[in-house]
Design a protein around this ligand. Structure first.
Ligand code: PBG
Length: 402
């Protein structure tokens, strides 16, 4: 696979040949012009003497359709269309690129042996951790996606109000990480740090009797969860819970256990969004009551993302994440312009499902809208993108159509 074929250009047809061929003329006449055996000096002398060799005439002006109005040309110094007039010029001046290396593939896992389709997310499955998952990861690696993030569907019987299963070293996630690392030592494994898949209340934190989500007590649990994931071999732990102070506390807990090399990707600006609906169906993790508005951010807020950014930076986050993605491009740009840290964007379940649904209904071209949405997240300033489209998009980037 050529490296250049991994770069996507919005201007190129999706099933692009590996190389663009440049033709000097429009004819198919590829017969080379015969040499006359003349020296350079003889060629120059011939031209000076007025014996100009033949070359094609200047191209004629293409005709406009009948009825085209005759107008004086606008006197414009700048015609931006000049730089867009051919595929080669367009790709030369393309400002943003997308490669499989930018993608992180979120995968749902469960204890079962079969893969269970997720109704609200066509094409996504709860994968059997020992079978389907391994195959899916192998397919992703084949097209250059070497980073995944795991989301477990936890049996109800293991859920509790304090979410203690989250740090069971033999729980589904740590077990799966160990298996994956054994098979694919160079795979980069991101984990989700939050209590919701383990909470009988479906909340990211411990819920007090009066409904309040307890901050510091939750952070205590999250630290244990992150350390359990690191012990299993996680490369990047990703707190998505939005408790205050969790990045600093997790950093300290990891370091105390000898995991200085494990990174923290903080969900810095995670909004209380309805775009998470399909995900909660996938994990059966809908809050049993209430909503997540006392910890996730208000979708109406912009400046508040800077408050979170400053905290996460000073607490030692390695990567800052914005979530959801496409409806929050301004927030991605805000973080990009205000922090030197790498920025991640999460194209969440609702964004994925809308594109899938639009495609199935033939209202939009699924593949093109998918590629455009990913490119736009990159343009807004995301270094990496968590997307359920990661495999499909990477196949597309590699010139494979499925
Ligand atoms: C839970 C978590 C959620 C998502 C990722 N981690 C759901 C939530 O906060 O309710 C959503 C991802 C998606 O919708 O694709 N901590």
């Amino acid at each position: 696979m050529m490296a250049s074929s991994m770069l996507y250009s919005a201007n190129m047809p999706l099933s692009m040949p590996r190389m663009l061929r440049v033709r000097a003329s429009n004819t198919n006449d590829n017969v080379p012009i015969k040499k006359m055996g003349m020296s350079d000096a003889e060629c120059e002398a011939a031209v000076v003497a007025g014996n100009i060799p033949e070359a094609p005439p200047a191209p004629s002006k293409p005709a406009a359709p009948a009825g085209t109005p005759m107008v004086p040309s606008l006197s414009l110094r700048r015609r931006p269309r000049r730089n867009r007039r051919s595929p080669i010029l367009r790709s030369a001046f393309q400002e943003t690129s997308l490669s499989p290396a930018n993608l992180v593939y979120p995968l749902f896992i469960h204890e079962g042996e079969e893969d269970t389709p997720i109704g609200a997310m066509p094409g996504c499955y709860r994968l059997g951790w020992r079978h389907g998952l391994i195959e899916e990861v192998s397919k992703a690696r084949d097209v250059g996606v070497n980073s995944i993030v795991l989301f477990p569907k936890v049996p109800d019987a293991l859920k509790s109000s304090t979410g203690d299963e989250a740090y069971n070293e033999n729980g589904l996630v740590p077990r799966t990480i160990r298996l994956l690392k054994d098979k694919y030592p160079d795979l980069v494994i991101y984990t989700d740090v939050a209590l919701d898949p383990y909470s009988s209340d479906g909340h990211d934190g411990i819920v007090r009797e009066d409904g309040v989500i307890m901050n510091d007590e939750t952070v205590h649990q999250l630290c244990k969860q992150a350390v359990a994931q690191a012990r299993a071999g996680a490369d990047v732990v990703s707190p998505s819970d939005m408790m205050d102070g969790r990045v600093g506390a997790i950093r300290a807990a990891l370091d105390a256990d000898g995991f200085q090399h494990v990174s923290i990707m903080s969900y810095t600006a995670k909004y209380a969004s309805s775009f998470y609906g399909p995900f909660r169906e996938a994990l059966d993790s809908n809050p049993r009551f209430g909503d997540k508005k006392t910890y996730q951010m208000n979708p109406a807020n912009y400046r508040e993302a800077l408050v979170e950014t400053r905290e996460d930076e000073s607490e030692g986050a390695d990567i800052l994440l914005v979530k959801p993605g496409l409806p929050y491009l301004d927030i991605i740009r805000l973080l990009r312009d205000n922090s030197p840290l790498p920025i991640a964007a999460y194209q969440v379940s609702g964004e994925y499902s809308m594109i899938k649904a639009g495609g199935v209904l033939k209202m939009i071209d699924e593949e093109r809208v998918m590629m455009e949405s990913l490119m736009c997240l990159r343009r807004a300033g995301a270094d990496i993108i968590l997307s359920y489209f990661a495999l499909q998009a990477a196949r597309c980037l590699c010139g494979e159509k499925r």
